[in-house]
Design a protein around this ligand. Structure first.
Ligand code: ATP
Ligand code: MG
Length: 318
C-alpha cells in the first residue's frame, strides 16, 4: 500500500489542530481501506471464483491449503493489476507436490485448484487428468515416452495429477519409471506454463522420491502437506457428507462412530484412509438403513425416518 500509511500505534495520538485533524482523518480512512484490503480473508464475492472459494472454505480443516490457495489467488490478481499498470508481471511456476495419507483431500483440492487457475485465466481449459504409474509406464523401450507424452498432450491447458508418483522411481535406473520422470521434466521445460503438474503421494515416500531425484525439488516450488484429520474433523466431515445426501446421523450414531474412528485410527494409522474411510462407512450405513426400513415398514416411512441413520445402521466389523 502507499507509503503514507502510518503504523497502527500512531493512530491514537492527540490531535493538535483542526487542519491536522482533517489530514489525520484522511490518513485514517486510507489506513482503514488498506487494512481492509490486506485482510487475509479477502476473497472474490461474485462470479465463478466466489463459488470455487466457497467450496474450498466448506472443506473441514486444511488451513494450510486454504492459505496457499489464497496466496496464489492474491498473486494472480496482483499480477493482473501490475500488467494493467504497465509493470513487469513475472511468470510463476505452479507445479506442485501434495504429500499426505489417503483420503486427506488431495484429489479434491487439486480439482478445485484447476478450476481456480482456469477462472483466473492461467489455464486455458482447467480440466483435470488423474493418472498413476500404469498410465505412464510402458512395456518396451520407447513405449513409456510415448505414453507420457500423449498424456501431457491431453493435459495441455489443465492439470496433470500423478497419484503415488513415488512409484515411478521404484525400480531404480533400469526401470521405465525413470524414463517417465525424464519425459515429464522435459515436458515441463518445453511447455512451461501450458499445464500444471501435481505429484501426489504419502509424505515419506514423496520425500524419498525427491531426495533421489536431485533435479526435481526445484521444479516443484509449491509443496503442500495434507495432514491426517482428527477424530473431531472426521465427525464434522461425516456430518457434512450426510447432510449433502439429505441424511442425519443421530446423536447416538455419532457417538458410536466417534468411538469406532478412535479405535480404527490407532489400529491402522498407516492404512487409515481418513475422509474416504468415513465416506465408505456412511454409504454402507445408508444401504443398511434402506434394508432396515424395508423390513420394518409396510407403508412409506415418515420423512424423518427416511433421513435418520440410527446406530444399528452403522455396522462395524470388530
Ligand atoms: N476436508 C474435507 N472436508 C470434507 N470432505 C472431504 C475433506 N477431505 C476429503 N473429503 C472427502 O473425502 C473423500 C476423499 O478425498 P480425496 O479423494 O480428495 O482424498 P485423496 O487424498 O485424494 O485420497 P487418495 O490418496 O486415497 O487418492 C472425497 O469424497 C472428499 O470429498
Ligand atoms: Mg486421490
Amino acid at each position: 500500500m502507499s507509503g503514507r500509511v502510518m503504523p497502527k500505534n500512531q493512530r491514537s495520538n492527540p490531535i493538535p489542530s483542526r487542519q491536522i485533524s482533517i489530514v489525520l482523518r484522511n490518513t485514517e480512512s486510507q489506513m482503514a481501506e488498506a487494512d481492509h484490503q490486506t485482510s487475509p480473508k479477502r476473497t472474490p464475492q461474485e462470479g465463478p471464483l466466489s463459488e470455487i472459494f466457497k467450496e474450498l472454505n466448506q472443506m473441514v480443516g486444511l488451513e494450510n491449503v486454504k492459505e496457499l490457495v489464497h496466496e496464489i489467488y492474491a498473486l494472480l490478481q496482483v499480477s493482473q493489476y501490475r500488467t494493467e499498470a504497465g509493470l513487469l508481471s513475472n511468470s510463476h511456476v505452479y507445479h506442485m507436490i501434495f504429500k499426505g495419507n489417503p483420503g486427506t483431500g488431495k484429489t479434491t483440492v487439486a480439482r478445485i485448484i484447476a478450476r481456480m487457475f482456469h477462472a483466473m485465466g492461467v489455464l486455458s481449459k482447467g480440466h483435470f487428468i488423474e493418472v498413476e504409474r500404469a498410465d505412464l509406464v510402458g512395456e518396451y523401450i520407447g513405449h513409456t515416452a510415448l505414453k507420457t507424452r500423449e498424456l501431457m498432450k491431453k493435459a495441455m491447458g489443465g492439470i496433470l495429477f500423478i497419484d503415488e508418483a513415488y512409484s515411478l522411481a521404484r525400480g531404480g535406473d533400469k526401470d521405465f519409471g525413470k524414463e517417465a520422470i525424464d519425459c515429464l521434466v522435459k515436458g515441463m521445460e518445453d511447455r512451461k506454463n501450458d499445464f500444471i503438474l501435481i505429484l501426489a503421494g504419502y509424505s515419506e515416500e514423496m520425500e524419498q522420491f525427491l531426495a533421489t531425484n536431485p533435479g526435481l525439488p526445484s521444479r516443484f516450488p509449491i509443496q503442500v502437506d495434507f495432514e491426517d484429520y482428527s477424530i473431531e474433523q472426521l465427525i464434522q466431515i461425516s456430518e457434512i457428507m450426510a447432510k449433502d445426501r439429505e441424511y442425519v446421523l443421530l446423536t447416538q450414531t455419532l457417538a458410536k462412530l466417534k468411538q469406532h474412528l478412535a479405535e480404527e485410527k490407532t489400529a491402522s494409522w498407516r492404512a487409515f484412509s481418513n475422509a474416504r474411510y468415513v465416506r465408505n462407512l456412511l454409504e454402507k450405513a445408508i444401504r443398511h438403513q434402506a434394508v432396515r426400513l424395508l423390513s420394518q415398514y409396510t407403508v412409506t416411512p415418515a420423512k424423518q425416518e427416511l433421513m435418520s441413520i440410527r446406530p444399528e445402521d452403522l455396522k462395524l466389523k470388530k
